[in-house]
Design a protein. Structure first.
Length: 338
């Protein structure tokens, strides 16, 4: 048995090299705590499946496998409910993120934790989709008038909805980055190149899925859940390769985000990427510091680094004057970064 550094890199090593995961009691506690915090314990459970682990750990991993299986079934059912709600509208319903991975039977979906249902619809049909979902039992989550107006004017999605009976949320996107962002992906191209899963449901093409994953991680968010999102990218590249990815990323204005995602995925998980996307550069080391910012109890660490990425996530999404107004408003409402 060995003791290792108890930050996010402990989780990275277990995902990348499951056979090397030989830990003492404290090491197992740290690994499971970090995996839970990063919402990737289901994936870890499948990666460690069949290995000789301590009995208490085996029970926890089995519970995680059962939990994500229940989540998979629930996610697919929620996608079916959305399909039924929009079935007679001729609105293309494109599944995004985790639900798309499991619906498409992709390796990225194995053990994947799935929260809300995310779908993409054409912007010109957004009001129609909203009305049909409300008729089918979804309700608004955000009663705050500021948040509602902010979503409708500036965001890439409707304010989130929750179903009154099933208590499941849906995020209805019309593009993949906020309208205020400096980068403006081609939403029409995303929809036009989407792939049919079954009548009424589609998913993004593989290159566009990779572009979306990179956009969500680097051009939109503050890297919360970053180790899981990079694992998605690792799996997608492993399954589909990178042919045509560079060109598709440039089309969407995401060349930099995709290149960084490939570099960090290669550095952390050993993802096979072209030579041009290997080797850390620029601020990559700072991104790695943020991604690994957990202690042995799964608690966030490196507060200043996290705060810097939180501010950055907003700065790249909106002009400075708007950012200052928005942060001031959210601060007055009691919001704090994770």
């Amino acid at each position: 048995m060995e003791r290792v550094v108890t930050d996010g890199l402990l989780l990275v090593r277990a995902l990348r090299e499951p056979l090397s995961t030989r830990l003492d009691a404290d090491g197992w506690t740290a690994l499971l705590a970090i995996a839970r915090a990063e919402q990737i314990i289901g994936t870890l459970a499948f990666r460690l499946g069949g290995l000789d682990v301590p009995a208490p750990v085996a029970r926890i991993l089995e519970e995680a496998r059962q939990s994500v299986e229940q989540g998979r079934v629930a996610a697919l059912w929620e996608a079916e409910m959305a399909r039924r709600a929009l079935a007679n509208s001729a609105i293309p319903v494109i599944l995004l993120k985790g639900t798309a991975f499991v619906a498409g039977g992709l390796s990225a979906g194995v053990g994947r934790s799935i929260g809300d249902l995310d779908i993409l619809v054409p912007r010109e049909r957004l009001e129609d989709a909203e009305a049909l979902l409300l008729q089918a039992g979804w309700e608004w989550v955000k009663p705050d008038t500021y948040d509602d107006a902010y979503y409708r004017r500036w965001m890439h999605e409707l304010p989130p909805l929750i179903h009154r009976e099933r208590d499941r949320m849906i995020d209805v996107h019309h593009t993949i980055l906020p309208l205020t962002a400096r980068i403006r992906p081609d939403a029409e191209a995303l929809i036009a190149h989407s792939v049919a899963l079954q009548p009424g449901l589609r998913m993004l093409s593989p290159p566009d899925m990779l572009c979306h994953a990179a956009a969500h991680l680097f051009a939109d968010g503050e890297l919360a859940g970053g180790l899981r999102n990079l694992w998605d990218i690792h799996c997608l590249i492993g399954e589909f390769g990178t042919d045509g990815l560079r060109e598709r990323a440039e089309l969407h204005g995401l060349g930099g985000a995709v290149a960084r995602a490939a570099r960090l995925s290669h550095a952390l998980y050993g993802t096979e990427v072209p030579a041009a996307w290997r080797g850390l550069r620029g601020a990559d080391a700072l991104y790695l510091r943020r991604l690994a910012a957990r202690d042995g109890w799964g608690r966030p660490t490196r507060r200043i680094t996290r705060l810097a990425f939180y501010v950055r996530s907003h700065f790249i999404r909106m002009p400075l004057a708007m950012l200052l107004r928005h942060l001031w408003t959210k601060w007055r409402k009691g919001h704090v970064p994770r």
